[in-house]
Design a binder for this molecule. Structure first.
Ligand SMILES: NC(=O)c1ccc[n+]([C@@H]2O[C@H](COP(=O)([O-])OP(=O)(O)OC[C@H]3O[C@@H](n4cnc5c(N)ncnc54)[C@H](OP(=O)(O)O)[C@@H]3O)[C@@H](O)[C@H]2O)c1
Length: 316
């Protein structure tokens, strides 16, 4: 019998995810916690905020698949079996969705959409200046799976694109910066900063006053713009709020927040230079997730190594 797959989730409905997997591999037993069946049959787990202890005592567990690209909630879970590889979600569908969000928001600020929306509300006809894309420098903080796809798509549109990663990378057409020493020169050439880092002990709170002050101030837009589609914990919200109100920062698009849902009394809701979205940049599609999981299971069962395994020490 093929190794059984267990969905262990909270805050979302497990059956829909399980059905998507069953549709692609009808012969494989797929269970949804707490209906685990015989625990020794479970070879794979798909997890999102798993119920406490749900993955304990599964002696045959060979891999845990995160239902999401970000694994910050999972790596911090002491109940997660430490010896079982943890795989994060990587799929072209997810990358495409994130790139859509990034392109949408880069263009929104590049083409002055927040000002146009405010003008519409006030019945004001003002033609704000419209710099050309090649005059605008976009910087992607986190040049990984999602960041690289977004960088390439922005480069096609004519923007000057750079990326920053932990280890040195080479991406055609993209200026690549890496490590602590690469951060200052990367920021100094960036008008629109797109944050696509994972949330780890090294990146928590990285978007703070010092980082925002390091962004270029001589750009065509008249001030730096921030787009955070990574995680809310990456931004120091007190610093960001100050920067958005004292003129340090021209504008922002924020998809993620320290507290989600964003509380109704948060000042971010009402800032005219901020576009708020409800953590919707790139939802993973159940069919795409099933394709990714089955692809990895087939690799493993054919004796090939798993891909996209999380480095638990680094936290991503
Ligand atoms: N808002 C949403 O709806 C949504 C949806 C999906 C994902 N996300 C977020 O997007 C994040 C990125 O996803 P991904 O698939 O692109 O991840 P990834 O492929 O692991 O890429 C992460 C990138 O960040 C870099 N990085 C990590 N730690 C760093 C550090 N300390 N200093 C400098 N660079 C560092 C990595 O450097 P190396 O290249 O050297 O490893 C890599 O380039 C996820 O972790 C998740 O939090 C959000």
């Amino acid at each position: 019998m093929s190794g059984a797959v267990l969905f262990a989730v909270t805050g979302m409905e497990g059956e829909g995810w399980a059905d998507a997997l069953r549709a692609l591999d009808p012969a494989r037993p797929v269970r949804v916690w707490p209906d685990v069946g015989a625990p020794e049959e479970i070879a794979y787990a798909c997890a999102w905020k798993p119920p406490a202890g749900a993955l304990k005592g599964l002696a045959g567990l060979r891999a845990i698949f995160s239902i999401g690209a970000g694994v910050d909630a999972l790596v911090g879970d002491p109940a997660l079996p430490a010896e079982v590889p943890l795989v994060r979600a990587v799929d072209p569908d997810l990358s495409t969705r994130m790139s859509e969000y990034v392109v949408l928001n880069v263009l929104a600020h590049h083409r002055r959409l927040p000002r146009a929306l405010a003008d519409q509300k006030a019945h004001r006809w003002i033609q704000h200046d419209q710099p050309a894309a090649p005059a605008v420098r976009v910087g992607i903080l986190g040049l990984g799976e999602l960041g690289t796809d977004a960088a390439r798509k922005l480069a096609v549109m004519g923007f000057q694109v750079a990326g920053w990663s932990r280890s040195p990378r080479e991406v055609e057409g993209i200026a690549c910066f890496a490590g602590a020493e690469g951060l200052a020169p990367f920021l100094a050439r960036t008008d629109i900063l797109v944050v696509l880092l994972p949330l780890t002990p090294a990146t928590r709170g990285i978007v703070d006053t010092a980082l925002l002050r390091g962004l270029a101030r001589d750009g065509a837009l008249g001030g730096p713009v921030l787009i955070n589609a990574g995680r809310g914990g990456l931004q120091n919200e007190a610093d960001l709020l100050a920067a958005l109100t004292d003129g340090t920062q021209l504008a922002a698009s924020l998809d993620v927040f320290e507290t989600e849902p964003l509380p109704g009394d948060s000042p971010f809701w009402d800032l005219p230079n901020v576009l708020v979205t409800p953590h919707m940049a790139a939802d993973i599609d159940p069919a795409a997730f099933a394709r990714h999981v089955l692809g990895q299971i087939r690799r493993l069962e054919a004796g090939a190594p798993l891909q996209h395994v999380v480095n638990r020490a680094a936290g991503y």
